[in-house]
Write a protein that binds this ligand. Structure first.
Ligand code: NAG
Ligand code: NAG
Ligand code: NAG
Length: 343
């Protein structure tokens, strides 16, 4: 079973080539969706427009860090927490990518979407727990250790009375969907993954499950539709939130990435436009992973070769293309889901 978590991302890359062809025909649909969204603003567009998304939060990062069962465990508990939230990252991401650098966490370097998600969750009084997978991606063999760590963390911080929720992105989404069959989560959110559900049948008390996905990844969307149907048939409450592509703006990077100023952000935007990485409306022409944007920035001396925020920029580009990336745009939708399934 463990290989499934890795395979899904390999399949993802293999599928990209033919998908690029199919995407051309999708553009019209996606634009339509954005127009609909514009008419009916939702919390996500507020987040996008927010000048310094996540910067001016009333919350300060003060995470605690512990090494447990061979991995790093990083968490923060707000005053009077209402719930506890375990977050499982995607492949290549670490627990330290959800938090900004802090004396207690010298290696913390928050990726833009991960850190905004955590800030918002803390603001809304969720105690947040992040744990790194042993390898690049999650493996089902880690289930026992993670159950142990969550239990240890709940006891240590006297959170036993709170409902516990889980959110997982990509590989982390597969992982929490399986973990939920083995331990009691009050509700669940699976991002950009269809999850894994036992073919023998979903457990009776499987938690309410929210799928947050990017319909441009049609393959995953089809699997999500199928799994939602199965869960419904088993009496599990399900819901989905769809995330669409959006155009880059010159200040996107400075608005969302601490450490990037507006001058640099505008320069990057113009170069991406000049190189044809984005179209005349600012939409990415391809996934960030398939675009030579790093090379272009380095060649033009806009950033140094060892620039420390490369992954941060890459994440925003993937997010704008909206094929497969962690997103904080729907943080409020996800937290609403958790809150509405608390009692
Ligand atoms: C931070 O990273 C360095 C280099 O990778 C490592 O040696 C050190 O143990 C890490 N510190 C903590 C607190 O994780
Ligand atoms: C995790 O580590 C603790 C403390 O070292 C140990 O007692 C426990 O058995 C470990 N749990 C698992 C599942 O490996
Ligand atoms: C913006 O950031 C760049 C790169 O870090 C730096 O060289 C430049 O001086 C900064 N500009 C301003 C106006 O702060």
């Amino acid at each position: 079973m463990s290989s499934r978590l890795h395979n899904s991302s390999n399949q993802f890359y293999r599928a990209q080539k033919w998908r690029a062809v199919a995407l051309a025909s999708l553009t019209l649909i996606a634009v339509t969706c954005i127009l609909i969204n514009r008419e009916k603003p939702n919390p996500s567009s507020d987040l996008l427009n927010h000048k310094n998304a996540g910067f001016q939060s009333s919350v300060r990062f003060r995470p605690s860090l512990e090494l447990m069962n061979g991995t790093d465990v990083i968490w923060q508990i707000p005053d009077s927490p209402k719930a506890a939230l375990f977050i499982a990252h995607g492949c290549g991401v670490r627990a330290s990518n959800f938090w900004d650098k802090y004396p207690g966490c010298p290696n913390c370097t928050g990726l833009p979407e991960e850190r905004i998600f955590v800030l918002r969750a803390l603001e809304r009084k969720f105690a947040v727990l992040t744990i790194s997978s042993l390898g690049r991606c999650w493996s089902f063999e880690e289930t026992e250790a993670i159950k142990w760590i969550i239990k240890w963390w709940v006891e240590k911080n006297k959170l036993g009375k709170l409902p516990i929720m889980a959110m997982g992105a990509s590989s982390g989404g597969y992982f929490v969907s399986a973990l939920a069959a083995e331990m009691r989560f009050r509700s669940l959110s699976i991002m950009i993954a269809e999850g894994v559900f036992a073919s023998a049948g979903v457990p009776k008390d499987y938690p309410p499950t929210l799928f947050v996905h990017m319909p441009k990844d049609r393959n995953t969307m089809k699997k999500i539709q199928k799994n939602m149907k199965t869960l419904r048939q088993n009496g599990v409450l399900v819901k989905e939130i769809r995330c669409m592509q959006f155009p880059l703006s010159p200040d996107l990077f400075s608005n969302r990435i601490p450490g990037i100023n507006q001058t640099l952000s505008v320069k990057m935007y113009h170069l991406f436009s000049e190189k044809g990485f984005i179209d005349e409306n600012g939409f990415m022409n391809n996934d960030g992973r398939q675009t030579q944007w790093k090379e272009a920035l380095i060649q033009r001396n806009i950033i140094p070769e060892n620039y420390e925020l490369l992954n941060h920029i890459g994440e925003e580009l993937n997010l704008a293309f909206a094929l497969h990336e962690m997103t904080s745009f729907e943080t409020d939708g996800i937290l609403d889901w958790f809150e509405s399934n608390m009692s």
